[in-house]
Design a protein around this ligand. Structure first.
Ligand code: ADP
Ligand code: ASP
Ligand code: MG
Length: 411
């Protein structure tokens, strides 16, 4: 029998009426003959509220207890959807991560799924029962404690379950009807894409497009899970297919640039007057690497005196304080005079597999941004993307400028 995983995000289950609407989507697929596993998020805003309570209780909280608290949002929606399905005459039951079990590593707060045992879900399918699974959570088998998968982690729960039960498809239902050329909330001329290559989706998600959690895309790519992004607000009787995430070879019409992403989750650090001699870059970046601080863009400027240099780089905003403490601790070894920082920056990125075979793609962006008097603080490029760091105040202007530049605006 054909199998399907359907995942519904926070806005799709925000209240009981929306949960009823979700149930109608599920009913359609059950009536079509699918064995269905549903993965739900917490009601929108719930996880933020729970995280807020944890931090208010103690900013230096125990991350195992954090998981115990924040996993509760999904426990509620999984139970509610099972109740609504039963009321519609569809046999259903809820599953918490530990009941399946979805086993994770011990990295509480951003745990990775290590193994999913599909046996109990299969028994449920044999009973003709819809499985309603709480997303975002699993269990660390070493301790038996609940672990959560990082923000946006229900996407990863869904794709991982699809791989584990060999589902024919994984449908990620959200509040937009697919993946767009840029965030449709910011770029009103953004176009919906019928297909996006795994590699591009991975970059888009990593560079700020929160429509899918990065790990869910990795998982879909590695396990070849046929994954669609589609809207839960479509009429359940007449749904649209959404966007398919697929292999590059399956996309006929290839653009040079497929999408523009942005991330405000960046902080810039500049170390002034660092000695210009071998070993200094290692002295700066080794301790950061050892502390798992992700350094992204790096610029080293040659100074006039030939003896010292300035080094600028970015770290995730959430890791800024940790990075600063590490650098201050290594100050004698590195030998900088001042550490300057700015959190008021945004990283704007253009992504497209077509960049592999086209030159001058980034250069065109530099000129277009200059024409709008937008100053570029840092640049990085790789095979299928480039990113520029600019002042956050220019986010929308810059995103829209690049979106038009690469011919992505809808007519
Ligand atoms: P859910 O709660 O369903 O998981 P999310 O808020 O996590 O939903 O993701 C959907 C949101 O992602 C959309 O509302 C949209 O604003 C945002 N988004 C960012 N970039 C894109 C993009 N390129 N295409 C579609 N949506 C995007
Ligand atoms: N509820 C969790 C979050 O808000 C997981 C998810 O929605 O994917 O991050
Ligand atoms: Mg999400």
């Amino acid at each position: 029998m054909a199998r399907l995983v359907m995942k519904f995000g926070g806005t799709s289950v925000a209240n009981i009426e929306r949960i009823r609407n979700v149930a109608r989507h599920v009913k359609r697929e059950v009536d079509a003959g699918f064995e269905v596993a549903v993965v739900v998020s917490a009601m929108s805003g719930k996880t933020n509220e729970l995280v807020g309570w944890v931090k208010e209780s103690n900013p230096l909280y125990d991350d195992r207890e954090y998981d115990s608290v924040v996993a509760s949002g999904e426990q509620v929606t999984s139970g509610l959807l099972a109740i609504v399905l039963q009321e519609m005459g569809i046999p259903a039951r809820s599953w918490q991560g530990w009941q399946i079990p979805i086993e994770t590593d011990e990295a509480h707060g951003s745990a990775r799924i290590v193994k999913i045992d599909g046996a109990r879900l299969n028994e449920g399918f044999a009973r003709k029962e819809v499985a309603v699974i709480a997303g975002f959570q699993g269990v660390d088998p070493a301790t038996g404690r609940i672990a959560t998968l990082g923000r946006g982690g229900s996407d990863t729960s869904a794709v991982a379950i699809a791989a584990a039960i060999h589902a024919d498809r994984c449908d990620i239902y959200t509040d937009v009807d697919g993946v767009y050329t840029s965030d449709p909330r910011i770029v009103h001329k953004a176009r919906r894409l019928d297909k996006v290559a795994f590699e591009e989706m991975l970059e888009m998600a990593s560079l700020g497009a929160k429509v899918l959690q990065v790990r869910s895309v990795e998982m879909a790519m590695v396990h070849g899970v046929k994954t669609f992004v589609r809207s839960s607000f479509d009429d359940p009787a007449n749904p649209q297919p959404g966007t398919l995430i697929c292999d590059e070879e399956d996309i006929v019409e290839q653009q040079v640039v497929t999408g523009i992403a942005f991330s405000k989750d960046e902080a810039q650090i500049t170390l002034r007057k660092v000695a210009d001699k071998p070993g200094v870059a290692a002295a700066i970046f080794m301790p950061l690497a050892e502390a798992n601080v992700n350094v992204d863009m790096i610029i080293q400027v040659v100074s006039d005196d030939a003896a010292t240099t300035d080094i600028t780089f970015t770290v995730p905003a959430a890791e800024f304080e940790r990075a600063r403490a590490i650098l201050e601790g290594a100050r004698d070894k590195i030998g900088f005079t001042t550490l300057q920082s700015s959190g008021d920056v945004v990283k704007i990125s253009a992504i497209g597999v077509g960049m592999r075979s086209h030159a001058g793609v980034a250069a065109a962006a530099f000129r277009a941004l200059a024409e709008k008097s937008i100053n570029i603080r840092a640049i990085t490029t790789s095979e299928i993307k480039f990113s520029v760091l600019i002042d956050a105040a220019y986010t929308e202007l810059a995103v829209r400028t690049l979106h038009s530049l690469y011919g992505l605006d809808k007519a």
